[in-house]
Design a protein. Structure first.
Length: 139
């Protein structure tokens, strides 16, 4: 069981791990061993998540979820497949934690009068610099 928070745990049988060769430097070791680990989680087929949790994860992690509904987490940080597997599980758990966290609604704010004045002053100063450039070459 992978503990996401006090209310949610994902059984390990819902995760699939794929090993492949890591890229980058490493000499003979990297050419012969499959140390990169990719954790694959089928969001739609998960029995541990209810529909509201699935939709929240789908919405917040939409860039990481494939068209087939698979969430992939790849790790090739370590030279050991076991350490990369543990790291992938930890990253997966933190991704789900962040996606399921309640987000407080954004309150609309307006810029202060001082901020507006500073912005206009900066624009005028920048415009003056540009005007000085063109007047030099017009003669």
């Amino acid at each position: 069981m992978i503990v996401i928070d006090e209310k949610l745990s994902i059984p390990e049988d819902e995760l699939r791990f794929e090993a492949s060769r890591s890229g980058g430097p490493g000499g003979q070791h990297v050419n012969t061993s499959s140390t990169r680990v990719t954790l694959v989680f089928d969001l739609e087929a998960s029995r541990a998540l209810d529909e509201t949790a699935k939709s929240a994860i789908e919405k917040r992690l939409s860039t990481r979820i494939s068209a087939e509904g698979l969430l992939r987490v790849s790790v090739q940080k370590h030279r050991s497949q076991r350490m990369n597997r543990d790291e992938a599980i930890e990253r997966f758990a933190s991704l789900l934690r962040a996606a399921l966290e309640e987000q407080k609604p954004r309150r609309k704010t307006r810029p202060t009068a001082g901020a507006k004045a500073r912005r206009v002053d900066e624009k005028k100063k920048r415009g003056g610099i540009k005007k000085m450039r063109t007047s030099r070459y017009d003669e």
